[in-house]
Design a protein around this ligand. Structure first.
Ligand SMILES: N[C@@H](CCSC[C@H](N)C(=O)O)C(=O)O
Length: 822
């Protein structure tokens, strides 16, 4: 339980600055605020706040008895970190150093008082000024004397200060508990609206008030204004808006919350003010704390008083945990509360603070799983080929999740739900058909919880990715890609059989509601917050459909105008295909999963393998993003969309495209020139003098028809085809041309068939698939013709591909003829 501390000396204002150093490398920050103790005690505390008193802090509600704030806080186990100082008029400060207690470190923070005071109103403070305080975490203790324990909880002020936490703009002045209340009950778009207004260069309002119970704030003397809901309304009334906006401006800037200007000042002194800026972001805190002209902002608690304050603070941390639970978050999400609930920076949440046995705080997490989510948005630039003033395209970089993909997000949820329902028992085995990433997420959670894992992968999944699954301790079963889902060998059916074993459980990401739900409850809100509700288009590849359905639904609920665009590999059902295989991994489908909400996408953009791979490589070379092919596919669709919008003059569009995974699992494929060339994809290398494609076309003055047979045709039929077309070998394919690479099942040759017939191993009526040979070696049509020579030393023919599609067979004879012609 977080306890607040209050120290009052006589009737005067006690100036207390709490400064704490975070870990070894972070300099201490000043906490600044003041409270008139008399009014605070009376329950309706009004405090004159100003630069003069910036160093004044509320240290109230001491459980152990009020007294010297220093002592009080020392009782909290912070004795060697407590620093006491006064701020003086004009931004100067007096510094008290207590050798036994540590050093006051107000330096940078306070010196900025004067400099920033005139030039910047609180409202001008933008995101860049936000400090990510960890103050309250310093006060968290589980009381066992060993430290640790409770540090995972976010503190009150911590929540209120999160970077990008647009909620604290709405509940300003009311503390972290209200921050959460705002998050739970207020429409995010309204909150976003507030936050947006905060950016404006408004002056600072005069009087504001906050209600501790529900986070309402208003101008003093007026009824409380629920900013979350009503600021939008106030926008119509400029006069009021100016005031409220200004107030929110101060408060909305998280760093401002702890400053003299913020409505949270009294709270901030304890909750946030005691904190320390992380990442050395002291300037922002100091600026925010000092941006409000002296004596211009007042704060009044509408209810509560000193006790109320204490209660607010005390409840702050707990509410964070509770709120997470109420929202159905996973344990890990709840545990990392601060970052999750208040939208903190990815690595800037209280979950990372741990107190060691000596009371020192260190920054670490108990488990990697606590770092799932809160991935950053990164602007795409060069690769878009857009004018500088074109639409803003932001990549949601999901490969920064600890397991390397967006699928980390669904794994914990699915497992926890199965544990709760009893479907997964201790020591059980998780069986899942996966193209790899979901497997990694599941394997990480399984490892921690002691489950075994068997993953069933289609054979197109790169060996690198299969090895990754094995590295996490999972077993991997490989199935053919080019079979229908109902085929007994399909990865769906194989996994069903394995999952029917005792103790086995199949999460089934294709029907598990926790797949889309985790995105609805976590990724969607994350995106909304990160874009301040300004997102206009969301683009994502569609595989199970969970990501686009969960995020899309959430975004549309916030703003029905948000356009949701699915990116889909050519051949997949979402873009109108029949499910014919494509080479890009991890997206697209050959059936309609339950996890896909067919109503969510406003549009589906079909992307070819060739465009997906080429753009994946551009992202690595031009945007520093080493991502997988499904990311390239989605980003290609986003680029197409951005160009269309730019052409329509819609340059204010904000497009977010989700990049699911990293390119490290595809080094032997998308990023391997030989692999690409072999399938006839462009590698960006200069074109050779004589290409394989030219040899092929030279055969018949144009591209010859692909002579082929099917697995279910008889040997007699196959022999007839060979004779009719006067060829000695041909591919066995599962579809009619134009076919794709994965539809090649094998090959037959005149010689092998005759051998089988004469030896009695085969009969003319046998189906081809019983006697076919391996598929012919592949070569790309853009490759140098000489590259066919070594292949034709060990095979009679090669199968030529163009853009991932087999287009013809080249024999030794064809090559010789071509070369002889010169
Ligand atoms: N059918 C797709 C894969 C569907 S989504 C599965 C998911 N990405 C996973 O990690 O398991 C394909 O062709 O790869």
């Amino acid at each position: 339980m977080l306890r607040s501390r209050r120290a009052v000396r006589g009737g005067g204002v006690v100036t207390l600055v709490l400064v704490r150093r975070l870990a070894r490398h972070v300099p201490a920050a000043a906490a600044v605020a003041q409270l008139d103790p008399e009014t605070a005690d009376a329950g309706a505390a009004a405090a004159d706040l100003g630069a003069v008193e910036l160093g004044t802090g509320l240290v109230d509600g001491l459980d152990g008895g009020a007294g010297d704030g220093q002592d009080a806080l020392a009782a909290e186990g912070l004795e060697h970190r407590l620093l006491v100082g006064d701020l003086l008029e004009g931004g100067e400060h007096r510094r008290h150093q207590d050798a036994g207690q540590g050093a006051v470190a107000l330096d940078r923070g306070v010196e900025l008082v004067g400099a920033e005071e005139e030039g910047r109103g609180g409202g001008e403070l933008g995101a860049e000024d936000v400090a990510e305080g960890d103050g309250p975490a310093a006060l968290l203790d589980d009381g066992d004397g060993l430290g640790g324990g409770e540090a995972a909880r976010p503190g009150a002020g911590d929540l209120a200060q999160r970077r990008g936490d647009r909620l604290d703009g709405a509940e300003v002045g009311a503390g972290a508990d209200d921050d959460l209340a705002a998050g739970r009950h207020q429409p995010a778009d309204a909150v976003g609206e507030v936050a947006h207004r905060v950016r404006g260069p408004h002056g600072v309002g005069d009087v504001v008030a906050a209600d501790e119970d529900d986070g309402d704030v208003g101008l003093d003397g007026q009824g409380p204004v629920d900013l979350g809901r009503e600021v939008g309304g106030l926008r119509a009334h400029d006069a009021e808006l100016a005031q409220v906006d200004a107030a929110v401006g101060v408060l909305g800037d998280r760093a401002g919350d702890e400053g003299a200007g913020g409505l949270l000042d009294p709270l901030g002194a304890v909750a946030g003010g005691a904190g320390v800026a992380e990442d050395g972001d002291l300037d922002g805190r100091a600026r925010a704390a000092t941006a409000v002209p002296a004596g211009r902002v007042r704060r009044r608690l509408l209810a509560g008083g000193a006790d109320g304050l204490a209660r607010q603070l005390g409840l702050g941390a707990e509410d964070a945990v509770q709120a997470g639970a109420e929202r159905g978050q996973s344990a890990a999400a709840v545990e990392r509360g601060g970052g999750e609930l208040a939208g903190g920076g990815r690595f800037a949440h209280a979950a990372m603070l741990r107190r060691d046995r000596y009371g020192d705080l260190m920054e670490y997490v108990e488990s990697l799983l606590q770092l799932i989510g809160n991935t950053p948005l990164v602007r795409l630039n060069r690769s878009l080929d857009l004018p500088a003033d074109g639409p803003l395209v932001l990549a949601k970089v999901e490969y920064l999740n600890p397991g390397g993909s967006v699928k980390d997000r669904i794994a914990t949820r699915m497992i926890e739900a199965a544990e709760e329902s009893g479907a997964l028992q201790p020591g059980g085995t998780i069986v899942e058909p996966t193209s790899g990433n979901t497997g990694v997420g599941l394997a990480m959670v399984a490892q921690q919880k002691g489950y075994k894992c068997i993953f069933v992968c289609p054979d197109k999944v790169s060996e690198d990715k299969r090895n990754v699954l094995k590295a996490y301790g999972a077993e991997v079963v490989v199935c053919p890609t080019a079979v229908a889902p109902e085929h007994p060998d399909s990865y769906y059916n194989v996994s069903d059989r394995l999952a029917s074993q005792p103790g086995a459980w199949k999460p089934d990401q294709y029907s598990n509601p926790h797949n889309p739900r985790s995105h609805y409850e976590e990724t969607g809100p994350e995106l909304w917050r990160q874009t301040e509700g300004r997102i206009t288009h969301f683009v994502a590849g569609v595989g199970t459909g969970g990501t686009i359905s969960g995020i899309g639904r959430y975004l549309k609920e916030q703003n029905a105008g948000v356009q949701v665009i699915g990116a889909d590999p050519a051949g997949s059902v979402y873009s109108g295909g029949t499910g014919r295989p494509y080479l890009v991994e991890g997206v697209g489908e050959d059936f309609w999963p339950e996890t896909y909400d067919r109503g969510v996408a406003d549009r589906i953009i079909e992307v070819s393998d060739a465009d997906s791979f080429a753009f994946t490589r551009r992202l690595a070379r031009e945007e520093q993003m080493l991502v997988g092919g499904s990311s390239g596919m989605a980003a290609f669709a986003a680029r197409q969309l951005a160009q269309e919008l730019a052409a329509e003059g819609k340059n204010d569009a904000v497009i977010v495209v989700l990049l699911p995974d990293s390119g490290r699992g595809y080094l032997s494929k998308v990023f391997n020139d030989d692999w690409l060339a072999q399938y006839g994809f462009s590698t960006g290398q200069p074109r050779p003098a004589q290409t394989v494609g030219e040899v092929l076309r030279g055969k018949s003055k144009g591209l010859p028809a692909l002579v082929h047979t099917h697995p279910n045709e008889t040997i007699a039929e196959a022999v007839a085809i060979l004779q009719e077309y006067a060829v000695s070998q041909m591919p066995v394919v599962r579809a009619e041309p134009p076919i794709v690479a994965a539809e090649v099942a094998g090959s037959v040759s005149e010689r092998a068939l005759l051998d089988a017939l004469f030896s009695g191993k085969a009969r003319l009526t046998d189906p081809v698939e019983q006697h076919m040979s391996e598929a012919l070696p592949t070569i790309g049509s853009t490759e140098d013709a000489t590259a066919a020579v070594p292949l034709l030393e060990s095979a009679d023919a090669v199968l030529v591909h163009e853009d991932g599609k087999p287009v013809g067979v080249l024999t030794r004879h064809d090559l010789l003829l071509f070369l002889a012609r010169g």
